[in-house]
Design a protein around this ligand. Structure first.
Ligand code: PEP
Ligand code: MN
Length: 339
């Protein structure tokens, strides 16, 4: 349920109302916009009489929110959330960023790839130190040493890093090392204990859509994180499993405007995992940008044929540079004022 507060209400009246609601065992979520303040009421709101609330002087109107996701719901928070990823990099609400880098951190080539990505305009560095692989015999990642290499690159290039946390037991390490953005991978999109654990931190989270996850399941995964207090969540469309076998996954371009309609959280497109083949990554990056994504996550490798994971979908630095120029043109086209 949401209560829209009259613009004439004072801060004291608002706090009095919030205490009254919380005193009845509900939790609240206040969203202060330019035009209105909304108090989201979370709990079993069938116990609340909306007419009673509407009879209060400061309440403009009351609306039930039927969706099970509350904090992630745009009705609770009409304005876009802008996530501060550190190093001056903001995502959402008109701030568009590209996160680029190798699938896995492999060693010395990381800094070389990172420098090239930055030179082409990437503003965030991605790389996996803990890798969720379908086969237990495939490369599993460098672990803590990989995080250190990412942090060295971050310091040299003044860029935030995005890296996957796979295990509840590693979350504290990511906090201690001040990782800028924790990625929750597609395979962990319904690992509710992990979602709750990252929700207890204040580190921004890049939450990927599950392999066969619906949009609502993605939003409920975000709700798990936000319900623990961490509202710095970015959603990532990375393709879903369909009957199609010509590509690794099927990029659901619909999800971008649908998510923007349903939630205030930023939406990132990942054309690399969505397609699985280098030749398709750029067209899908353009489609995601044109559909209004708040950013992209793209895998780049200095020598894709030698990559330790996901070489088949990596762009070379030259291909990435070309992509970035066209992405900038598409951003201009979709944000331009037209008469
Ligand atoms: C990745 O980003 O390297 C990754 C494993 O992504 P996903 O979880 O989307 O498969
Ligand atoms: Mn990958």
């Amino acid at each position: 349920m949401i209560a829209i507060v009259k613009s004439t209400a004072t801060e004291d009246q608002l706090q009095h109302f919030v205490r009254w609601i919380e005193g009845r065992g509900f939790s609240t979520n206040i969203s202060r916009g330019d035009n209105e303040t909304i108090v989201g009421i979370i709990g079993d709101t069938t116990q609340i009489d909306p007419f009673l609330l509407e009879s209060m002087d400061i309440i403009e109107r009351v609306q039930r929110v039927s969706e099970p996701f509350k904090k992630a719901n745009r009705k609770f928070h009409p304005e876009d959330t802008i996530v501060d990823c550190g190093h001056g990099v903001l995502v959402g609400g008109g701030h568009f960023q590209v996160m680029a880098g190798p699938c896995s951190v492999e060693g010395k080539n990381l800094i070389q790839i990172a420098r090239a990505c930055k030179a082409s305009g990437a503003t965030m560095l991605r790389g996996g130190a803990y890798k969720p692989r379908t086969s237990p015999y495939a490369y599993q990642g460098m672990g803590e040493h990989g995080l250190d290499l990412l942090l060295e690159a971050s310091a040299e290039l003044d860029m935030p890093i995005v890296t996957e946390v796979m295990d509840v037991r590693d979350v504290q390490l990511f906090v201690d090392k001040r990782i800028d953005v924790m990625q929750i991978g597609a395979r962990n999109a319904q690992n509710f204990n992990l979602l709750k654990e990252v929700g207890k931190t204040d580190i921004p989270v890049l939450l990927k859509r599950g392999l066969a996850g619906t949009i609502d399941e993605l939003l409920m995964a975000a709700e798990y994180i936000m319900s623990e207090g961490n509202e710095k969540v970015m959603l990532c469309e990375r393709g879903i499993r369909t009957f199609e076998t010509r590509t690794r996954n099927t990029f659901d371009v619909n999800a971008i405007p649908v998510l923007h309609y349903l939630t205030h959280l930023p939406v990132i497109g990942d054309p690399s995992h969505a397609t699985g083949y280098t030749r398709y990554v750029r067209p899908i990056a353009y489609a995601a940008t044109a559909a209004g994504a708040d950013g992209l996550e793209i895998e780049v490798h200095n020598c894709p044929s030698e990559a330790w994971s996901d070489g088949a979908q990596a762009l070379t630095p030259a291909q990435f540079d070309d992509a970035m120029r066209r992405i900038a043109l598409i951003r201009e086209a979709i944000t331009a004022e037209v008469a």
